[in-house]
Structures are given as C-alpha cells and as structure tokens.
Design a binder for this molecule. Sequence first.
Ligand SMILES: Nc1nc2c(c(=O)[nH]1)N[C@@H](CN(C=O)c1ccc(C(=O)N[C@@H](CCC(=O)O)C(=O)O)cc1)CN2
Length: 297
Amino acid sequence: MTEKRIDGKAFAARLRERIGERAGEFAAKAGRQPGLAVVQVGEDPASQVYVRNKHKATVDAGMESFEYKLPADTSQDALLDLVEQLNLDNAVDGILVQLPLPNHLDEQSVIAAIAPDKDVDGFHVVNAGRLATGGEGFVPCTPYGCIMLLKDRLGDLSGKDAVVIGRSNIVGKPMAQLLLNENATVTIAHSRTKDLPDVVRRADIVVAAVGRAEMVKGDWVKPGAVVIDVGINRIERGEGQKAKLVGDVDYAGAEERAAAITPVPGGVGPMTIAVLLRNTLVAAHRREGITLAGDGL
Ligand SMILES: Nc1nc2c(c(=O)[nH]1)N[C@@H](CN(C=O)c1ccc(C(=O)N[C@@H](CCC(=O)O)C(=O)O)cc1)CN2
C-alpha cells in the first residue's frame, strides 16, 4: 500500500542526483559548470540556514556556487549594482536574492533588476507573465516542487478541484497558475474568503500557503483529498530547546482523512532547493544553446 505521507525529502534527493548527472554532462559539453549566484543581505537566521544549504546542494550537484553576503545596512544602489554585475557575468547562469530583504530595501525593484533569463527563482514579472501565457520561462521553485509531488502521487490532475490557500506572488499565485495549466479547477482562497472550511471541504487537492501555524484543521479536509502543506512555522519552546517546525495544516487531524499529505519538515521544503538546481541547469543549457532532454528532470 502507498504510504500516506509524501516524502519530499527522499523525492528531492533523487531529483538532485539526476540533476547532478545532467550537470556533469553539461560540463563535458560546455567546458564549464552551471553557475548559481546567491545574494544574502543581513543575517536573518533562517535565511542563513537556507543559503548554506543552497551552497552545499549546488556544489554537491557539480555546479559552481557564487555566494555574496552583504551587511544588513547595504544600500539599494549597492545591491542593484551587484545584481547588474551578475547579469553581465558569463559564469553565472542563475541569480537568486534571498528573501526576505531588510525593510529598507525594495524587494520588487531588486527582483525587477535581475535578467529574466537568469531569474532562477521565477519571480521576475517577465517570468510570471510567461507562466501565465504559456511561454518558456522559469517557474518559482516551491510551487513547481508542489506540482511535481502532486503529479507523482495523482498522475493526471485534469478536472480535479484544487484550492490554494494564500495569494502571495511567490507561492499562491504561481501555484494556482500551475494547477490551471494542468487543467485542474482552481479556487484561490485568502483571508477574506467566506466559509473557508467549506471551500476546503470541496477540494480534491489542498495547497496551504498562508503562513499560519496549523490553521487548516483535520475536519476541513475531504476524505481522500491530497494535502500539500507549504507552511514552515517556528514554534518557540522553552529556553535551551530547539524551536519546533509546524506547517499550516494540523497534520495529525488531516492525515486521518487525507489520501496523501506532506509533512513539515520533510515535505515541500526540500523540493524548493532541488527545483532551484533544476532551474539553474535549465538556465545554463539555454544560455549555451545546448538541448536538455526531459527538461532536466
Ligand atoms: N529568493 C528566495 N527566497 C526565499 C525562498 C525562495 O524560494 N527564493 N523560499 C523561502 C526559503 N527557502 C529557500 O530559499 C527554503 C525554505 C525551506 C526549505 C527547507 O528545506 N525546509 C525544511 C526545514 C528546514 C528548517 O529547519 O528550517 C523542510 O521543510 O523540511 C528550503 C528552502 C523563503 N525565501
């Protein structure tokens, strides 16, 4: 019997291994490794962990990692100058500016400064437009990872009723667009949605991306639904104890009714970095004009 728990960590590990093989083939053809530049401003503790993990995953996959750690008081102009320098650097195929940025910096204009064809985060408006209109761009890593897990579990998503809870530019909206591209019938729910539990109860697929710990209760889940939990909420415990990570879904309650569900940690999170490597590999192939069979997956 298939396990209810969707093991995103194991899925991502397999994906990273395949990407590593493709990166080796690329290096043999292009005479260089695919390159990813990651820019971090400030010392947000969670960002530090993610940036460290990205560096290790990039190197492990046989790609070149360029890390830029800037002080928290970096000016907007200095950050834009660095992005421009990376846009022009031929060794750099992908550029990622770790979010969130410190409050004095304008995230939207920093994202807008990244060359769309190096925007491996898929956050640039050009890539959002390509996703919406069927063009060849980059898809944000977390929603792409969710779609991969859903297709792996369900196969064809056509005609499924899907609800995405959350409407952020980096998860909720691209997630809804990807589900629509798979011919699902999509509802985007948010803080003003009326009767949210009933909206969720109608869904075959639930994607929770609200950033509120365990907000989605077990009895909101339709029996047999597939639940994808994007939330990563840190619950502080007593002094000297590590914070506990929980998702946006009450896992224990939802697991009883769901056909399949992602845990937190170990579900969607690890897919984010695996898809980042995949997008970097794709960027490198496109920039060198080399064909990548199977879209890198
Ligand atoms: N420029 C970007 N900034 C941010 C993104 C992004 O995609 N691009 N996403 C998040 C952070 N993130 C990657 O940057 C990320 C989040 C979580 C994980 C992950 O593997 N989570 C683990 C738990 C790890 C932990 O202990 O915290 C899991 O869920 O199992 C990887 C990457 C915001 N910023």
